[in-house]
Write a protein that binds this ligand. Structure first.
Ligand SMILES: CC(C)(COP(=O)(O)OP(=O)(O)OC[C@H]1O[C@@H](n2cnc3c(N)ncnc32)[C@H](O)[C@@H]1OP(=O)(O)O)[C@@H](O)C(=O)NCCC(=O)NCCS
Length: 378
């Protein structure tokens, strides 16, 4: 008897050794490591290696892997031209989605993965992982009418992204903060965009198409956009004194408070306290404690009145804001990090591929209708 589950809720669509979200105990695991064990101890590059290979690299392996990624950063000229020609007021996620799709045009390999050439698939996964941050940063500079600095191979993923975005090598603390955010967002079970990537690659289309589908899915406000909403909310509230009256007003109108609650975590999202600690450090350094104090007040009130916990987006918003990232780049930063997870899932899907083809429950009219000639139809 087929099972019907709206939104596939509660359905196990496949198995994965990459990550596990344990919503009942508030645990996130990457390949056997609790996220609390990894955060602050490993770099984003080590996490990409972990997801691709199922284990952390040795020093030598890490050096080789970093070298490979860093030498793939340069974008094809056609993609750079597109980033410079794209409308200045476009949604960055739309531009990034289009540019990642364009990368496929400049790849001389076979047009799909039906030959299952492992070297080609891995090269494409590394290619898109190495280039997505460059695409995002270049578009920001292009829309501001600024020059595009040449890519460098002596900087980490986080350093390089901030360097391209701002035109100068970032302070160590800023790069370490972004690196930590990349680590925390790299993978998260069978979320919508990861599922999209797996469904797409399972047809044996190409890696660029699968990542393009994932970016398109992440763009939606039910998935990647909540952290931008958090900053909009903090700005609207404006002052610490206004936090409680504002929340009472919104909850009275049955409005959802951005950055609160989670579909899977019924206890605290384990990434939230890690980001709160980073946000605290950053605001102390920058002397801008107001946003964090307001955030803490919101979180305390929501816990007390609605028994709702802050999710990852609640504090990542404050962290990104303190880093000086443009608000409409919060979701692109998520996409840069999640490309690690998407491509690792693509590799895993292709190891033991099976086309996704669920059934649907037909709710149309009973069969037996007859066709009335078009000129006689009412
Ligand atoms: C993430 C989210 C979609 C999860 O939804 P969910 O698991 O379906 O939660 P429910 O809608 O079942 O909510 C249960 C109750 O908590 C309330 N609730 C859930 N999230 C809330 C929020 N952010 N603000 C206010 N109330 C909220 C619901 O209104 C509901 O109350 P009710 O029982 O009185 O109707 C939801 O919490 C939300 O919209 N959060 C804000 C957006 C956000 O931060 N998204 C990023 C997630 S990482």
């Amino acid at each position: 008897m087929p099972v019907t589950a709206k939104g596939l809720e509660g359905i196990v669509a496949n198995s994965t050794r990459l990550s596990d979200v344990r919503g009942d105990v508030g645990q996130l695991i990457y390949a056997g490591y609790d996220i609390n064990e990894l955060a602050g101890k490993v770099s984003f590059c080590e996490v990409i290696y972990l997801l691709y290979n199922g284990r952390l690299p040795t020093l030598r392996e890490l050096g080789q892997f970093e070298g490979k990624l860093r030498h793939l950063r340069e974008l094809p000229k056609g993609v750079v031209d597109f980033l410079q020609a794209a409308p200045k007021d476009a949604v960055p996620m739309d531009v990034i989605r289009t540019a990642v799709s364009m990368l496929g045009l400049y790849d001389k390999g076979t047009p799909d993965e039906s030959g299952l050439d492992k070297n080609q698939i891995m090269r494409r996964c590394l290619d898109v992982t190495a280039k997505i941050g460059v695409i995002a940063a270049y578009y920001h500079r292009a829309r501001k009418g600024k020059s595009l600095p040449p890519v460098r191979s002596d900087l980490t993923e986080a350093e390089h992204f901030l360097y391209l975005l701002n035109g100068e090598v970032p302070a160590k603390e800023a790069a370490a903060t972004l690196d930590m955010a990349f680590v925390l967002h790299a993978d998260h079970g069978m979320n919508a965009s990861t599922f999209s990537a797996r469904v797409t690659i399972a047809t044996l289309t190409d890696v660029y198409s699968a990542v393009t589908a994932a970016i398109a899915t992440l763009k939606g406000p039910l998935h990647g956009g909540a952290n931008e909403g958090v900053i909009a909310m903090l700005k609207e509230i404006g002052s610490e004194d206004n936090v409680i009256p504002w929340l009472e007003d919104q909850l009275g109108k049955k409005k959802k408070i951005m950055g609160m609650g989670h579909r899977v975590y019924k206890v605290l999202d384990p990434r939230a306290p890690l980001l709160r600690d980073v946000a605290q450090k950053m605001t102390e350094q920058l002397g801008e404690a107001k946003w964090l104090r307001m955030s803490e007040k919101i979180a305390g009130y929501m816990k007390e009145k609605k028994d709702l916990n802050a999710n990852v987006d609640f504090y990542s918003a404050t962290v990104y804001y303190s880093l000086g990232l443009p608000t409409d780049y919060f979701t692109p930063v998520f996409a840069i990090s999640r490309t690690a997870g998407w491509t690792a899932h693509i590799l895993e899907q292709l190891e033991d591929n099976r086309l996704y083809r669920p059934l649907s429950e037909y709710t149309g009219p009973e069969v037996g209708l007859t066709v009335t000639p078009v000129e006689q139809r009412q």
